[in-house]
Design a protein around this ligand. Structure first.
Ligand SMILES: Cc1cc2nc3c(=O)[nH]c(=O)nc-3n(C[C@H](O)[C@H](O)[C@H](O)COP(=O)(O)OP(=O)(O)OC[C@H]3O[C@@H](n4cnc5c(N)ncnc54)[C@H](O)[C@@H]3O)c2cc1C
Length: 189
């Protein structure tokens, strides 16, 4: 069983998986490669002067996998409660996880199918979003939402940030105390 399954590997999902995997949580990253970010040329992502969407998405996935996340290219089609967590059913198999983070971008079909509360979006060109408490929690305990699908402003720095925020909340819940992930720059020899 995974500690965390992240559905969607765009900026929100890969950023979340990077944090949960780096925190030592067994992390599954499920994605069916339809990220809208791949159409973007990004010049407004703090700390990165200019980057193409495909390169940003690939780099994010590489970072998450580099920290131990397991990437599976597949489409999640259903999520059912099972034992202490959830069974995530995909087009080609199924996986189990204690917590699930939905970072599915424009897509709310899975959220609606499993009974997550959704509402009309307020961001331009976005139709429907998953209702959250602002910290990523949805109406189903253990299922979280991050990024575009959770209603944040549709910009990579914000969706990636939201994925990280929700991941820190999930790790903190698993650890029973607030989690911080800081690495320290070592002085040059
Ligand atoms: C043309 C264009 C230009 C843009 N330009 C900029 C810009 O200059 N600067 C900027 O900051 N932002 C820009 N953006 C917005 C940016 O792409 C988004 O803000 C954002 O980063 C979306 O991130 P996300 O992770 O929420 O969604 P996405 O990147 O769309 O990722 C969602 C992922 O979830 C996967 N998924 C969905 N459902 C399932 C399922 N059931 N099972 C498995 N996987 C699933 C999809 O395949 C996808 O990979 C632009 C967007 C577009 C379309």
């Amino acid at each position: 069983m995974y500690d965390v399954a992240v559905i969607g590997a765009g900026p929100a999902g890969a950023s979340a998986a990077l944090f949960t995997a780096k925190a030592g949580k067994k992390t599954l990253l499920l994605d069916n490669d339809q990220s809208i970010t791949k159409r973007a040329l990004i010049r407004n992502h703090y700390g990165v002067e200019e980057i193409g969407g495909p390169e940003l998405v690939e780099t994010g996935i590489r970072q998450a996998v580099g920290c131990g996340a397991e990437l599976i290219r597949d489409k999640a089609v259903d999520i059912v409660r099972s034992g202490e967590g959830f069974e995530i059913r995909t087009e080609n198999g199924s996986f189990s996880a204690r917590h699930v983070i939905l970072a599915t971008g424009l897509w709310t079909d899975l959220a609606e199918k499993i009974g997550l509360k959704t509402k009309p979006a307020t961001e331009p060109r976005i139709k429907t979003i998953i209702e959250t408490d602002g910290q990523g929690r949805t109406n189903i305990p253990g299922i979280w939402a991050a990024g575009t699908v959770a209603g944040v402003s549709v910009h990579t720095i914000i969706t990636a940030g939201d994925g990280a925020k929700v991941a820190v909340n999930v790790v903190s819940e698993l650890n029973g105390e607030r989690y911080v992930d800081h690495d320290i720059l070592q002085p040059k020899e």
